[in-house]
Design a protein around this ligand. Sequence first.
Ligand SMILES: Cc1cc2nc3c(=O)[nH]c(=O)nc-3n(C[C@H](O)[C@H](O)[C@H](O)COP(=O)(O)O)c2cc1C
Length: 211
Amino acid sequence: MGQTIDDSALDILFREARTYSTWKPQPVADQTLRDLYDVLKWAPTSANAAPARFAFLRSKEAKQRLRPALAPGNVDKTMTAPVTVIVGYDMKFYEQVPKLFPQSPGLKQLFESNPQLVEVTAQRNSSLQGAYLILAARALGLDCGPMSGFDNAKVDEEFFAAGKPCFGCDLEFFPEGHVKSNFLCNLGYGDPSPLFPRLPRLPFNEACSFL
Ligand SMILES: Cc1cc2nc3c(=O)[nH]c(=O)nc-3n(C[C@H](O)[C@H](O)[C@H](O)COP(=O)(O)O)c2cc1C
């Protein structure tokens, strides 16, 4: 393609973007969340399998269901965020593979017979899709606060167990009992005033090598 984005876009996506814990009272429209998904869905996953599932918690009721699973330090920032998304992964993502990757008809059966491959593929690619979500959100003017400080088993039981409706979301495709949580991400319009100075990053020579 050879096209590049300009410096200010790199600032928005990376250099000036921060992790937010305090939010402006501005709500996030459902249409913005739909637009967010419609951007992030184009980023790559292995065998185009797209195992991530996203539950957007927007209501007070949905947030209250999440509260008992949160680490104490993550409660206030999550309760005050306009939206919290549970980035999950579908352990039966391979059911969609014939549609999403039709050129390999044997792939569904390969996954069905190899639970370890299912787990590693689902975790790797849903993590990637969660990162795509963060970058797509920033590109659309949203701010993010990703979190792994929570009890995954409690979230899975509350939101994804068999027989539990996905309260506060209209994602009817949520297959009961085989979605697991990966990480959470608060979304909204961040208040920069309480931000502490940016933490350092590893320089090139400590994180990279040329071979
Ligand atoms: C997967 C993931 C999990 C995180 N978990 C938490 C968390 O549980 N609680 C929290 O306060 N911050 C959490 N963070 C935020 C990081 O500490 C933060 O992104 C990092 O220090 C960089 O900050 P900056 O984006 O402002 O430069 C998490 C970030 C990521 C990507």
